[in-house]
Every structure is written in structure tokens, then in C-alpha cells.
Ligand binder design. Structure first.
Ligand SMILES: Nc1ncnc2c1ncn2[C@@H]1O[C@H](COP(=O)(O)OP(=O)(O)OP(=O)(O)O)[C@@H](O)[C@H]1O
Length: 627
């Protein structure tokens, strides 16, 4: 923006009767700045002029500094006022140049003023009478209006008319500002309702659609422009529940709803309806907000952390058995087929399932794990399939989605599948067969796009033979099978897993242990690890908590592992001793004693020892025995 105060004096174009007129360029800017004032004043200026008579009067509008913005009047008086009073657009009426004048007084004093005939100081003004009033908005001066007539005589009506016009202009400007604010607000509100992910509509008290946003019209499958003004009942192939709100006056929040529109679109929604009341308590309409449940589920999943954290990089161990498991798992990641992971407890079945998900095409979808053994039988069905609204009389209102619905677009990990109650297995079969679920107590079929990874430490084949597990499920799950070997079958992995877990546990407990010394590692490698890697992790966490050094030592390990290790060391020492005695010392002792008995006769000694003379000589050489 140009600082007009600074540039004005340099831009004066011409001087008429000692007054100043600003350049066109600067005046244009002033006009822009005073646009609202000019636009709202014009009508009042014309009205005032027609009331007073255009032959004898000229009216000007100025900005708050006295710059003439608008002039109206009869042709002759306009010309005269130009010559005498410098009434021309862009002229700056200043006290320093004009002396005492009504317009300058009104601006300076912020109150109406009149100056007639000889009250003027400037000779050219003395034949005129002028009446001016300021235009004030919220106690701030915005400009002034001035009525002038070519006579020295005081006009009794003039000042009152000018004041009334100024008030009219002020009110007009205030309304204009209000309208602008409302328009701006409406723009914001429209931007909000058009850009929210929810569908949004309003109906009036007769059920007539008064507004619907784009998302809403997409879900209802209707044309926005054609539908506004119609009854909602005509727009959808069902009785809209929003009409109940008109009947009862009661709204609701997040009610589940499955909707089918005329175009065959099927939407699973969460709906909220808000009744609108006027000041007299009359129901005048309803606002309806509906969001697609898939977005709600996405949000729930991201909030509760339903995602897989581990990848194949997090699987430590290089034994050939583990490498084989990883190879199969990587193949499973490339497909979407049902996958079964077999392994003892704590071997890393969930770790593998997460790694598969994170490497699969579904990696951006949710990963939902559920342990079928850790839940009462009665609850597992609800947990997996959810329940429909009103499924429990007097119980929880509204429905709830189960894990299969929440896992839509991602992977569900059914841990301990061998413990799934046989009653629930029938429902599971339906999902495995056609990826469809029905909530407990409901009859709506929901399609789910879920990859199933199941795991167990049980022998499922035996379970099937004992009628504890369904063969049809077993065959459907057993498409891709990954065996994870127990830790005791791959002690060579223990070092790498230990170092990996030390790094992981350091972060968890805020320590900086660098590793493990050889003795302690040997003790870990010698342990049988019934609880597999989970047990190893627990042992390490416990040891790291008590470890004061940079490396875990045998002293930091649990008593049971220490004891087992020292027994082993003792046993190893004994074995070592026996081995030395029998192989070397004992042979040397036997040969020495036999030679002594035979008084150094090698032939006799070789017969007693049942070896050839040559062999005996060789052994004597080896043990440096002489006769
Ligand atoms: N090869 C491995 N490398 C690193 N960490 C591992 C490895 N195997 C298992 N773990 C860790 O051991 C712990 C137990 O693993 P996980 O829970 O995956 O076992 P699980 O077989 O699913 O157990 P359960 O049968 O009891 O459910 C986890 O903290 C996991 O990260």
C-alpha cells in the first residue's frame, strides 16, 4: 500500500484557487478505500438534492480527511462551486487552505457544523452557506456530507436535513457491513459442510429437503439441485428415520444404519440427527449428519493402534530352520491366502504374522490380533463378529462392530485358533468361505475384505480327529503353513536373538547395556527355554534390570539358570577328566605297570596287553617310556 500521507504533496497536479487536487492515480486509490462509503452515500445525496432542489444546492461527500469523493448538484451551481469552493473530485478541503468551513469543522469536531456568508474567512466562500455533518461508524469518523447553497442567508431546514442524511448513510453502511459479515460466515459454513467427510442435510418441519452437501447427495444417490425443495421420503427407497425426529422432537447420536439408495448403492452409516427449535419452542427442522462407518473404523483403528509394528527385519536368528520359516513367510506375504502359523508358545508366531502383513499389499490397512484362548467362550463370538443394535434386551443400546469388521481392508490374526469354541467355528467358516459376517442378534450381511492369519501351538490334525476342530476349517486354514521351530532346536540363534532383545529391552527400560559376556551367553545357550523367545526376553529384562556393568554376566542371570549352568560346567569337567584318563593317562599307566611286571620284557608285555610288539614300541615312544 502506498503511504498517501507521504506521497500526496508530491503528486499535486494543479492548484485551483490555492486548493489542492490529488492526482488521478492517488484519487483512484482513495476511491477504492472508501468504496463502501461512496456506494452507500450516493442514494442519500441524490435524495437530499431532490428534496432541497438541485438548482440551488450542491452536495459533496468527503472522506475523513476532507478529500472530495462525490458531488451532486445542478449544472450551473456545480460550476460555480468548483470555481469558488474548489468542489471537484479529488480536491482536498483543508482548513489551512480554506480557512473556516463547515466541512472542516464537522470533520475536526466530529459534530454537525454550519458556516454562512461572512462567517467564512476566504473571500470566494463569503457568498455561500454550507451545512455539514460527519459520518460516524462505531465512534470512528468515516467521512462527511456537506450541503452548500449560493446565498449568504441561513437556511433553517438545511442542517437538519444534512444530519438526517448522515444518519441514513451511517445506518446503510452498518447494514452493509453486517451483510458482508453474514456472507463471509455463510461462505465459511458452506466451505465446512462441503468439505467435511460426513454427509450433511437439513429438512424443514414438513420434511422438505432444504440443504444437502455433495457428500450427502452421493450417499443418498440423488442430484443435489433437483432434490432441494422435495420431500425426503420421495428421494430414497425407504422411510427416512430422520422423519421420526419431526414426530418425536427427539434427536439421536451415532445411530448405526444400513442404507440402500435408488441407484443400488449400499452404505453402512453412523447417523446423528439434531432437531432445530425456534425461539418460541416450535420444531422448525432437523439437521442430519451421516458418516460412513468405514472412516469411523479407520479412525478407531489408528487411535487404538491396530497396526502391525514388526517387519522381517525384527526377526533375529540365522539358523537354517528359522531361515526356512522366514522364506515360507515371505512367500505368504505375496499372497492373500489364509495362512496358518504353527509353533510353541513364545516362538514368535505373532511377530511372523505382523511381518507378513507389513510386507503384504494390505500393509496400509489395519492389523487386528485376537487371542481365542484368552477370552470366555461366550464373548469370543461377540468380539469377532460384533452385535446388532438391540441384540441384548435391556442391555447395551446400539450395535458394535466386531474384530472382523474392524480389520476390513487389512489382516486379522487369530491366535490360539485351536481354542476357538466349536459353536463359533461355524460362523468362522462363513467368513472363510465367502468373506461375509452377520453380527450377533442381527440379520444384515456385511461383506468384509480381510486376510486371515491363524496360529496355534496345538496339533490341529489331532484336534480334528477328536472332533474339537472342524475339518472344513482346518483345510481352509491350512493353505499356507509356516512352522516356527522351538528355541531349543536352534541354540545357534540364541546369541543373535539375545543381542537383538538387549537392544529392544534397553529402549523399554531406559538402560544402555552393551551386550552379554561369554559365560552368561553359554548359560543361556544351555537352557532348555520351554517358553521360547518370550521366556528368553523375560529373563534378559530381569537380568538387565539388576546388571550394573556394561555387559550381562552370569551373576545377573536367574538362580535356576545359574545352577543349571554350574552343574553343566562340573559335568563337563568330569567328562573331560574321564576322557583324558581313559585315552591317554590310563593307557600310559597301564603300559608302565605291565612293563614293570614283565621286568622290561617287551615281547611278554605285548602278549599280556594283546597288541603287537611294534604297537607297544610306538606307544612307549608316544609316552616317552623307557625300559
Ligand atoms: N526370532 C525372533 N527375533 C526377535 N524377537 C522375537 C523372535 N521370536 C520371538 N520374538 C519376541 O518374543 C516375544 C514373543 O513372540 P510372539 O508373541 O510373537 O510369540 P507367539 O508365538 O505368538 O506367542 P503365543 O503363542 O504365546 O501367542 C515377542 O516379544 C517377540 O517380539
Amino acid at each position: 500500500m502506498i503511504d498517501k500521507e507521504k506521497v500526496q504533496p508530491l503528486k499535486f497536479k494543479e492548484e485551483i484557487t490555492n486548493n489542492c487536487i490529488m492526482s488521478k492515480e492517488i484519487f483512484d486509490e482513495v476511491v477504492v478505500d472508501n468504496f463502501v462509503l461512496i456506494e452507500n452515500a450516493k442514494i442519500f445525496m441524490n435524495y437530499l438534492l431532490s428534496f432541497m432542489g438541485e438548482r440551488n444546492f450542491v452536495i459533496i461527500l468527503t472522506d475523513k480527511k476532507g478529500t472530495v469523493l462525490e458531488i451532486v448538484g445542478g449544472e450551473y451551481i456545480l460550476q460555480k462551486s468548483k470555481e469558488d469552493l474548489n468542489f471537484v473530485k479529488g480536491a482536498m478541503l483543508k482548513e489551512s487552505l480554506d480557512g473556516r468551513s463547515a466541512i472542516n469543522l464537522a470533520i475536526k469536531q466530529k459534530s454537525p457544523a454550519q458556516v454562512c456568508g461572512d462567517e467564512h474567512q476566504k473571500p470566494s466562500h463569503k457568498s455561500w452557506s454550507c451545512y455539514a455533518a460527519p459520518i460516524m461508524i462505531e465512534e470512528e469518523i468515516k467521512g462527511a456530507i456537506c450541503l452548500s447553497t449560493y446565498t449568504k442567508e441561513f437556511n433553517t431546514k438545511a442542517l437538519g436535513m444534512v444530519i438526517a442524511s448522515a444518519k441514513g448513510i451511517e445506518n446503510q453502511i452498518k447494514n452493509h457491513i453486517k451483510t458482508l459479515k453474514i456472507q463471509e460466515q455463510t461462505k465459511y459454513q458452506n466451505a465446512i459442510v462441503e468439505n467435511i467427510t460426513e454427509g450433511f442435510l437439513t429438512i424443514d418441519k414438513n420434511g422438505i429437503l432444504t440443504y444437502i452437501n455433495d457428500k450427502g447427495s452421493r450417499i443418498l444417490g440423488i442430484n443435489k439441485e433437483e432434490s432441494i425443495g422435495k420431500h425426503v421420503g420421495e428421494l430414497v427407497p425407504f422411510k427416512p428415520i430422520i422423519l421420526e425426529v419431526l414426530d418425536t422432537g427427539k434427536g439421536y447420536t451415532d445411530r448405526e444404519y444400513v442404507l440402500e439408495n435408488f441407484k443400488g448403492g449400499r452404505y453402512h452409516l453412523l447417523k446423528t440427527a439434531i432437531p432445530i427449535w425456534d425461539e418460541d419452542g416450535e420444531l422448525i427442522g432437523v439437521i442430519d449428519i451421516f458418516k460412513e462407518i468405514k472412516y469411523v473404523k479407520k479412525m478407531v483403528n489408528s487411535m487404538v493402534g491396530a497396526k502391525a509394528n514388526f517387519t522381517f527385519d525384527d526377526i533375529a536368528g540365522k539358523s537354517s530352520k528359522l531361515r526356512q520359516s522366514i522364506k515360507t513367510a515371505k512367500k505368504a506375504a505375496q499372497s492373500s491366502s489364509n495362512t496358518l502359523i504353527l509353533g510353541e508358545s513364545g516362538t514368535g508366531k505373532e511377530l511372523f504374522a505382523q511381518a507378513i502383513h507389513n510386507r503384504s499389499a494390505r500393509r496400509n490397512g489395519p492389523f487386528i490380533a485376537i487371542n481365542c484362548a484368552a477370552m470366555p467362550k461366550e464373548l469370543i463370538e461377540i468380539e469377532l463378529f460384533g452385535y446388532a443394535s438391540g441384540a441384548f434386551t435391556g442391555g447395551i443400546k446400539g450395535g458394535r462392530p466386531g474384530k472382523f469388521e474392524l480389520a476390513n481392508g487389512g489382516t486379522i490374526f487369530l491366535d490360539e485358533i485351536g481354542d476357538m469354541p466349536i459353536s463359533v467355528q461355524a460362523k468362522l467358516l462363513r467368513v472363510l468361505q465367502d468373506r461375509k459376517i452377520v453380527r450377533v442378534g442381527g440379520d444384515n450381511l456385511f461383506s468384509v475384505d480381510v486376510r486371515i492369519i491363524a496360529a496355534t501351538n496345538k496339533n490341529l490334525y489331532e484336534a480334528c480327529k477328536n472332533d474339537e476342530f472342524r475339518w472344513d476349517i482346518y483345510y481352509r486354514l491350512n493353505v499356507l503353513t509356516i512352522h516356527i521351530p522351538p528355541l531349543r532346536e536352534r541354540p545357534e540363534d540364541i546369541k543373535e536373538i539375545t543381542l537383538h532383545l538387549i537392544r529392544k529391552v534397553n529402549k523399554r527400560i531406559g538402560k544402555a547395556i552393551k551386550g552379554i559376556n561369554e559365560g552368561a551367553l553359554k548359560a543361556l545357550e544351555g537352557n532348555c527355554w520351554k517358553g521360547n523367545v518370550r521366556e528368553l526376553e523375560n529373563v534378559l529384562e530381569r537380568s538387565m534390570n539388576i546388571c550394573d556393568e556394561e555387559h550381562i554376566t552370569i551373576e545377573d542371570l536367574p538362580e535356576a539358570i545359574k545352577q543349571k549352568h554350574s552343574q553343566e560346567v562340573e559335568h563337563e569337567g568330569f567328562q573331560e577328566k574321564i576322557k583324558l584318563m581313559s585315552l591317554e593317562e590310563m593307557e600310559k599307566e597301564l603300559i608302565t605297570e605291565t612293563l614293570m611286571y614283565c621286568k622290561g620284557n617287551v615281547s611278554k608285555a605285548s602278549k599280556i596287553l594283546n597288541v603287537s610288539r611294534n604297537t607297544l614300541y610306538n606307544k612307549m615312544g608316544k609316552y616317552q617310556l623307557s625300559i
